[in-house]
Design a protein around this ligand. Structure first.
Ligand code: FES
Length: 327
C-alpha cells in the first residue's frame, strides 16, 4: 500500500483511492470543486515519487515539469510526498463591490492583497475560510488591479449563496490564475470568433478587451447566448464596446425572446457555424466558454467544418460535485 506524505502527515493510500480522498479520510481539507480533473482547484505538487500520467492531464507543460498534478484524479501507485500549490499562486482578496445582473448573475469585484499576474480569460479559484472552493473566470482585461467575476447565483449554491450575501470587506482566498484561454497578439488581422453562454461571457469579455487594447484589426464576432433573452446580461457594456470599435460585432442569442427585444432566436451553435463558414477558417481563432455539452459539440462541429483544433480554445464550465450542492 503506497504512503502519502503531506506536511506532518504520513497516510496509507487505500487501493483505488485518490490523493484528495486520502487526505479527506484523514480529516484534512484541501480545496476542490469538480472532482473530475477539470477545474484544477485541487492542484498539488509532488516533491518525491512519481504521479501516474493521468494525474496531470490538462496541466500545462511548464507546470507538469515542476511536478504539479491534480489530487482528485491522482491514484498513487508508489510512495509520494506532496505539498500544496506554491504560496505565490495564492493571495488574500477582499470583496469591494457586488452588483446583481439579469440572469441571476452576480458581478463580484475583488481587490487582492498583492497584484495578480493574469491574462484576460484565465480563471481563479475562490476559497472560503472553511475550505469551500469554486472556480470562476476573470472578466477583466490583462493587468486590471480590481478583479471582476461573474457568478451564477444558484438557489442552493453553497458558494454563490454565500457570495450573494457578501458585503464590502468580506475576505477570502484567491488561487490561480489558471487556464490557457486568452488572447495572443500573434496576428492582428486574423478573424476572431467568441462564443459563450451564461457566465461564459466573463472570459470572452476579457479576451475581447485584450484584443481591442492590442489593436486587433481583424473582424471580431462575439456571440452571447442564454435560454431566455431576459437572462442576457452586460448588454449595455457590450453595445458600447461595439459602438466604439467598428471591427467588433456583438450578437445576443436566445431560444425564447421577450417581445420587442433585439435578440436573435437562432440557436447559438448555428450562428457560430454560420460565422465560421464565412470567415477565413484556416486563420480563424475561436474561443468557446460555457455549457459543457454545447462547447464539446460546437468544438467538434467547427473542427469538421475546417477549423483546426489548435485554433479552438475551449473553457467548459463544470458544475461543482454534487456532494456539496451546486455552485
Ligand atoms: Fe480536482 Fe477539479 S480538478 S477538483
Amino acid at each position: 500500500m503506497p504512503t502519502l506524505r503531506y506536511g506532518e502527515h504520513t497516510l496509507n493510500v487505500e487501493d483505488g483511492k485518490t490523493v484528495l480522498e486520502t487526505l479527506e479520510s484523514a480529516g484534512i481539507d484541501y480545496p476542490n470543486s469538480c472532482r473530475a480533473g477539470t477545474c484544477q482547484s485541487c492542484m498539488m505538487r509532488v516533491v518525491t515519487g512519481d504521479v501516474p500520467d493521468d494525474a496531470n492531464r490538462g496541466v500545462n507543460e511548464s507546470k507538469r515539469e515542476l511536478g504539479y498534478f491534480l489530487a482528485c484524479v491522482c491514484r498513487p501507485t508508489t510512495d509520494l510526498e506532496v505539498v500544496g500549490t506554491d504560496a505565490s499562486t495564492s493571495t488574500a482578496a477582499t470583496v469591494v463591490g457586488l452588483r446583481r445582473c439579469p440572469g441571476d448573475v452576480l458581478e463580484i469585484r475583488l481587490r487582492c492583497a498583492r497584484p495578480l499576474d493574469f491574462r484576460g480569460g484565465q480563471f481563479v479559484t475562490l476559497v472560503r475560510s472553511d475550505g469551500l472552493a469554486r472556480p470562476y473566470s476573470l472578466a477583466n482585461p490583462t493587468g486590471a488591479t480590481e478583479l471582476e467575476l461573474h457568478v451564477r447565483h444558484y438557489p442552493n449554491g453553497a458558494m454563490s449563496n454565500w457570495l450573494a450575501q457578501a458585503t464590502p470587506g468580506t475576505e477570502l482566498e484567491l488561487r490561480g490564475p489558471y487556464g490557457e484561454c486568452f488572447y495572443v497578439a500573434d496576428d492582428l488581422d486574423r478573424p476572431l470568433l467568441l462564443v459563450g453562454t451564461g457566465t461564459g461571457l466573463a472570459p470572452l469579455y476579457a479576451i475581447v478587451q485584450d484584443a481591442l487594447a492590442a489593436g486587433h484589426r481583424g473582424p471580431i464576432t462575439l456571440l452571447h447566448g442564454a435560454r431566455h433573452s431576459a437572462a442576457l446580461y452586460h448588454r449595455e457594456e457590450l453595445a458600447t464596446l461595439a459602438a466604439n470599435h467598428p471591427n467588433l460585432e456583438v450578437v445576443a442569442s436566445a431560444l425564447e425572446v421577450e417581445k420587442g427585444d433585439d435578440v436573435d432566436n437562432t440557436p447559438i451553435d448555428t450562428l457560430a457555424l454560420a460565422r465560421a463558414n464565412t470567415a477565413d477558417r484556416s486563420n480563424l481563432r475561436v474561443f468557446l466558454c460555457g455549457d459543457p455539452a454545447l462547447i464539446r459539440g460546437l468544438r467538434r462541429r467547427l473542427f469538421l467544418a475546417g477549423v483546426p483544433l489548435r485554433a479552438i480554445a475551449a473553457d467548459a464550465f463544470v458544475p461543482a460535485a454534487s456532494r456539496n450542492s451546486a455552485q
